[in-house]
Design a protein around this ligand. Sequence first.
Ligand code: PLP
Ligand code: ZN
Length: 397
Amino acid sequence: METTDAFAGLECVDCEATYDPADATHRCPDCGGILDPSYEYDAIDLDRDTLESRPFDSMWRYEELLPFPRETAVTMDEGATPLVECPALADELGVERVLLKDEGRNPTGTFKDRGQTVAVTAAKHHGATDVALASAGNAGQAAAAYAGRAGLESHVYLPSRSSFTNKAMVNVHGGDMNVVGGRIGDAGAAYEEALAEHDDWYPVQTFVTPYRHEGKKTMLYELIEQLEWTVPDAICYPTGGGVGLVGLYKAATEFRDLGLIDDLPGLYAAQASGCAPIVEAYEDGRDEHDPVENPDTICGGLEIPDPGASPWVLEAIRETDGGAVATDDPDILEAAVQVAQHEGLEMVPSSAAAASGAWELADRGEFDGDETVVILNTGSGNKEADVVRSHLMGQGI
Ligand SMILES: Cc1ncc(COP(=O)(O)O)c(C=O)c1O
Ligand SMILES: [Zn+2]
């Protein structure tokens, strides 16, 4: 198995056991904990000039900090997304700068591509023939796309509420699509059942494969470089399972430990009030979430009632002096409309929760006026244009 020079192996976040990535492929064989790729940071010789001299063409330009060499990757040049200045939003929030990291420009229209390029590359290295996952929708679409490119079969389990685009594109990519009645938990149960019957299926499920949060790290590397090595005061991240937030946290500590930045950005988890287990745990000072009994939000990607990695997500928020904020669905849709009308940028509802959360933080007086705030637009607005459009109905438009 070909890996990058500094990639040292996989470390269990619970029991700290370490494993050879050729042997351990998913969760910790000893305790079932999440495995996290680790590196010999002393062996990584990366400075600002070296990175700046590379074309801004793909997230794989940070290959020293990824497990697999770029030339072996199943890649469609994902990442390298723009960080767009939003002056009208900055005025509205009363801060110095607001920038939107536009992950909608990825091959399948969301940041999920960053996770799947690494996870499907690992699947290929491990000799898999089939990959499988349950997903709210976008990750399933991304997995089907990358599996197709790698010549692998994909088995995708989506809840019936997934968007039309997600379902259509899983089919278009040639995936084996399974639409399951109910919500994400029901899709997860159907996937587990199918997996138990197919021991040759390779999971590319969140925090089951060690490689999805690893790919998401690159969002932070890029935005720091795009800000010319300054660290934003706040990054608002639309949080479901928290995969991306954990990735941002890991990346920030890596860049700090490599001497590329001095401070960590404040990481803010934005959720929808109808399913906000991370925000509730944060506000109550708990280290772990309580599952939400009756999740109900229009933001499909955020409707994750039982996010297993919540201790890690809460650590990321607290260690970076960030925060957590929940807003209501109508405010989230209104934020998507306002951003579209004043900045031209198109946000999917799940992602508009980050814009709506930033507004709410400003209303609460979280900002002084001189901050740089980054909003993660995790997905393109045209994935769920009908849902955003529906918000105008009540206004007679
Ligand atoms: C558009 C979008 N934003 C955010 C999320 C939540 O991501 P995470 O699991 O990293 O919290 C999802 C997950 O499905 C999503 O599709
Ligand atoms: Zn373990």
